[in-house]
Write a protein of this length. Structure first.
Lengths: 117, 355
């Protein structure tokens, strides 16, 4: 079976969403980073800048960004409902794992010529 | 005269009986229940994970022999079953349905609906509670195959599915006049899937068999997104062409993390009803090879027989009569499918928790 999350913590502290994976790996995604990588078509269209849906009272300014809730999509993805009213992003588990910003994952995905220490 | 036998002695003896699919002994699997040890009499129940267990009789015999070997003369074995749910996570729309099985194919015309309907019947005849959801809104054929004419009616705001041959059925065909076509784009299809799942009174089911339309489109995706499917069964004919397209359906399910419960080769060979001559009209064995190559289970072969078509057209699915060649084929395939679902049920983790 491909690697999948075992536990997801929406408020893991320091403004991050944490994922405990089935292979034991731990990921911590800063909210802004995760939101900026929303895979939905509307965000993709805005050419990198994520699409924000204004709430009913835009004059009150924006709430601090955080994931208000999340739901599983079938057996393969997570749908995040953000505080900026955006929720059309369906983060496939493999995409989510690719996004992991930890040092170990970053070195593996960058220059393949980098030798291990 | 043997020494007094204890319950522990019986359990130890029963540890020699293995479930061949789950590869563990029936005591550590928790199958042995209601054990009563009398002076010269032992009574117990073996609770299997499905009523369609293909090795049920062998297991009962092995258990009886194991206890008789202790010197007990009167051994009573009762076989029951409780279907294990093999779905990860929460199945919010249909929480009382234990297992959802999508019956898919790459190409059309391989007999997917016939296979789905007959699989449902074979599982039900083995003792399971079964539902059949016809999601092919463009070409809904399930009510014809099952001889159904009575439409669903509304009970307490939800649809009560009609029952044919003991199986609860929902299909687009119930909602459309016969010659009308469904000419819809994606969002309507998605809505239909959500309604077929959430607004139908399926009740407690062991298996919900879903007949998909051919291909890898909106309906397949909607299903895989709306519920955590237990798994998919792929139907193909033996030809390379059908298999090439079937492998696309397999690739799609793999991408969506839906387990492939197995491949079925339909129209596997033809046996002449007059002289018994066997002819491999569409080739033979291709699906078994594909299953080996793709590391999927192979569930079985169904022969091509004119009676399958005649009875389907008459609304009398062939699986009703397991004395025939094809009736037996469906019975065996249903058993193999139930075994795969049980295996999947023992492999599944607790599910994914979100907090």
């Amino acid at each position: 079976m491909p690697v999948a999350p075992k536990k997801i913590k929406l408020a893991a502290g320091d403004g991050t969403l944490a994922v405990e994976w089935s292979d034991g790996h731990l990921s911590a995604y800063p909210y802004r980073y995760l939101r900026d990588h929303c895979p939905c078509a509307t965000c993709g269209e805005s050419g990198g800048a994520p699409h924000t849906d204004p709430g009913p009272f835009p004059i009150l300014g924006q709430k601090p960004l955080r994931p208000e809730r999340a739901e599983l999509v079938g057996r393969y993805a997570l749908q995040i409902f953000w505080s900026d009213n955006h929720s059309s992003g369906i983060y496939g588990f493999d995409y989510l794992r690719e996004l992991c910003p930890c040092a170990e994952c970053r070195t593996r995905s960058s220059d393949p010529k980098v030798e291990s220490l | 005269m043997p020494n007094k036998i204890s319950a522990q002695d019986v359990l130890n003896a029963l540890r020699s009986v293995q479930d061949p699919d789950l590869r563990r002994d029936i005591v550590s699997l928790g199958f042995v229940k209601d054990l009563e040890v009398g002076d010269s009499r032992v009574v117990f129940t073996i609770q299997l994970t499905t009523p369609a267990c293909p090795v049920r009789d062998q297991m009962a015999a092995a258990a009886r022999q194991a206890v008789e070997a202790l010197g007990v003369r009167d051994v009573q074995v009762r076989m029951t079953s409780q279907v294990v749910s093999a779905s990860t996570g929460r199945n919010q729309l249909i929480p009382q349905v234990k297992n959802t099985v999508a019956v898919a194919s790459g190409k059309g015309g391989v007999g997917k609906s016939t296979v789905a309907a007959n699989l449902a019947i074979a599982l039900h005849r083995a003792g399971a509670k079964v539902g059949l959801m016809d999601t092919d809104v463009y070409g809904p054929s399930v009510p014809t195959l099952m001889g159904g004419s009575s439409p669903p009616h509304v009970v307490e705001g939800k649809l009560e599915p009609p029952v044919e041959y003991g199986i609860k059925i929902i299909s687009m065909a119930y909602f459309l006049p016969k010659d009308e076509a469904v000419i819809w784009r994606g969002p309507m299809l998605h809505k239909t899937i959500q309604q077929f799942l959430g607004e139908v009174r399926w009740g407690d089911l062991d298996y919900l068999i879903m007949d998909l339309p051919p291909g890898t489109g909106d309906i397949q995706l909607s299903l895989a997104q709306t519920i955590p499917l237990t798994g998919a069964v792929i139907v193909s004919t033996p030809q390379d062409l059908a298999l090439t397209v079937a492998s696309k359906a397999i690739a799609m399910f793999k991408k969506l993390n839906v387990p492939i419960l197995g491949l079925i080769e339909n129209m596997s060979y033809h046996v002449c009803s007059q002289c018994g001559h066997r002819e491999d009209i569409f080739g033979h064995g291709g699906a078994r090879e594909a299953a080996n190559r793709l590391a999927c289970p192979f569930l079985g072969e169904i022969p091509l027989d004119v009676n399958v078509r005649i009875q389907s057209d008459n609304g009398k699915p062939v699986a009703l009569d397991d004395a025939t060649l094809y009736g037996k084929a469906f019975q065996e395939i249903a058993g193999a499918l139930a075994a795969q679902i049980s295996i999947a049920g023992y492999r599944v983790d607790q599910g994914i928790s979100i907090e």
